[in-house]
Design a protein around this ligand. Structure first.
Ligand SMILES: C[S@@+](CC[C@H](N)C(=O)[O-])C[C@H]1O[C@@H](n2cnc3c(N)ncnc32)[C@H](O)[C@@H]1O
Length: 292
């Protein structure tokens, strides 16, 4: 397979070392200033992803920079952000357990900086679509820039809207993904937009939010409800000192899933469900515990 040539307006991932790395949209005639000299965009345009270029002036700087094709994880970690974003590990889990893929139609709220929107957009291509809503104009502006930079505007629509109060013109979408402060308040409304068997995903940083969301999913008849947390531990690889890194991101958030099911009454004798709910939202027991 031939190396992929870089064209004007392409997004590249410019790497100097572990700490100095940037997402760059290359434009003819422009320069990028780094602490290790200047990178001329024209030197990148026309080269291939995987090339090495040297900072100018070559005589006094001449440091090596690597030009890579950005991965979805690079979009997220190196794009401009105005809000807390979803980390690539969490996004990966969301994708696998929601089944979001090529052709999926997804509703997202809130958009935030558009980090998750870009990951979802990348995976629903070429004929799926992500409809993303946020109430804050500042977030929307940043998210639109990020979507344009990643050139995903054909598969992502970013709109101002309150998912809690607006009646959106959507039906039979494959998934709804919520990353907002009060996801439990949105469940009843967004259930209407989901197709049967569709997946609702909610990302929340605190256990209190998970609990309220789970209770709301149960109340509104969702099934297959589960919540989890992912922790990624990086390894330091050194001669005779290969071990986990000392520092890590200890917490990102909890991910809750639920699936929409047909709402039918049982015409037969209702079997008593096993009651897994033993406490209510205020922590009070729903039933007296059984005598051992
Ligand atoms: C943590 S950010 C989302 C980050 C996003 N997932 C990302 O990866 O960039 C939460 C966003 O939810 C938005 N939000 C809060 N309430 C909302 C509502 N009722 N409808 C839509 N968006 C809402 C906020 O304005 C904020 O931008």
């Amino acid at each position: 397979m031939h190396a992929e040539k870089i064209e004007e307006n392409d997004l590249v991932f410019l790497v100097f070392d572990n700490r100095s790395r940037w997402l760059l949209q290359v434009k003819s005639g422009e320069s990028f200033h780094t602490h290790r000299g200047i990178i001329e965009h024209d030197e990148i345009i026309g080269s291939s992803f995987g090339s090495v270029i040297f900072s100018r002036p070559h005589e006094s700087q001449g440091y090596k920079f690597f030009v890579l094709k950005p991965l979805p994880s690079d979009y997220v970690l190196y794009m401009g952000r105005k809000t807390q974003i979803i980390y690539p590990e969490d996004a990966g889990l969301i994708l696998l357990y929601s089944g979001i893929g090529p052709g999926s139609v997804v509703i997202e709220a809130g958009t935030g900086s558009g980090a998750l929107s870009c990951i979802l957009g990348n995976f629903v291509r070429p004929d799926g679509h992500v409809y993303s809503y946020d109430i804050r104009e500042k977030s929307l502006r940043r998210a639109r820039k990020n979507v344009e930079m990643t050139r995903l505007q054909e598969v992502i629509s970013i709109q101002e809207g309150d998912i809690l109060t607006m009646d959106l013109d959507h039906a039979n979408v494959d998934s709804v993904v919520l990353d907002m402060p009060q996801p439990w308040e949105a469940i009843e409304k967004v259930k209407k937009y989901l197709k049967l068997s569709g997946v609702l995903v909610s990302f929340s940083p605190t256990i209190e939010q998970v609990k309220k969301t789970t209770f709301s999913l149960r109340k509104h008849g969702f099934i297959e409800i589960s919540s989890c947390e992912l922790m990624k531990r990086m390894l330091q690889v050194k001669e005779n000192a290969t071990r986990p890194e000392v520092r890590m991101i200890g917490h990102t958030g909890y991910i809750t899933f639920g699936r929409k099911i047909e709402d039918v009454k049982n015409p037969y004798r209702e079997r008593k469900p096993r009651n897994e709910e033993t406490i209510d939202m205020d922590g009070m027991p729903l039933r007296e515990p059984r005598e051992p």
